[in-house]
Design a protein around this ligand. Sequence first.
Ligand SMILES: C[S@@+](CC[C@H](N)C(=O)[O-])C[C@H]1O[C@@H](n2cnc3c(N)ncnc32)[C@H](O)[C@@H]1O
Length: 217
Amino acid sequence: MIEHAQSVAGAYDEISELYADHAGSAFAADPLHRAVVDVFADLVDSTGGGTVLDAGCGPGHISAHLARRGLAVVGVDLARAALGLARGACPSGGFVVGRLEKLPLVSGSVAGVLSSYSIIHTPPERLPGVLAQMVRVLAGGGHLLVSFQSDEDPAGPVEVFDHQVATAYRYGIDQVLEPLREAGMVEVARSVVAGREDARRGFAQAHLLCRKEQPST
Ligand SMILES: C[S@@+](CC[C@H](N)C(=O)[O-])C[C@H]1O[C@@H](n2cnc3c(N)ncnc32)[C@H](O)[C@@H]1O
């Protein structure tokens, strides 16, 4: 498991500047992605604000967007070079090396978690554990936004795809939602961008927004 993590980190570190340019411009040119991130930020604000975690933050362009929205941001990633770029892109953020499988944060300590395309290198057998970590660090009532390459069919099969950086998986929404429900989340909304909008691969892009249920009193 650690070996797999190190190979993903090494691969992203090698192309960190190139990836930062590509991902930063893709986010700037994608009004739908920005809109769901803004809805996430609005919900964090309207439920009392607080720190948000950018889980698998990469070069930090979304962390910087959230910080411009006035949120306090912490970012976690395996790739050290990407974290260096994230510190430059988002000077107010706190960026730490860590694995999604064992997030270096106290349980219930963040008001929101955003995972933008960071679960795509997680093999299916490890996905429930990674999602459970995101739920663990989230405070009750907090929101989680997970974005990933998907399939228009929510029950679509898990497919390995040939990502330029490291082996990647695309998941039907149900495969992400089910473990989240088991970990105590409820679905708030989903946005699925049609596959035909992805000129390169023809993959649907899913943005799944969930809320952590408050413990009953
Ligand atoms: C496709 S990039 C997405 C980066 C950024 N969130 C974005 O939207 O552009 C995937 C990121 O997740 C990180 N990542 C993948 N698996 C990880 C793991 N198990 N633990 C921590 N970070 C991970 C990678 O290092 C990489 O920075």
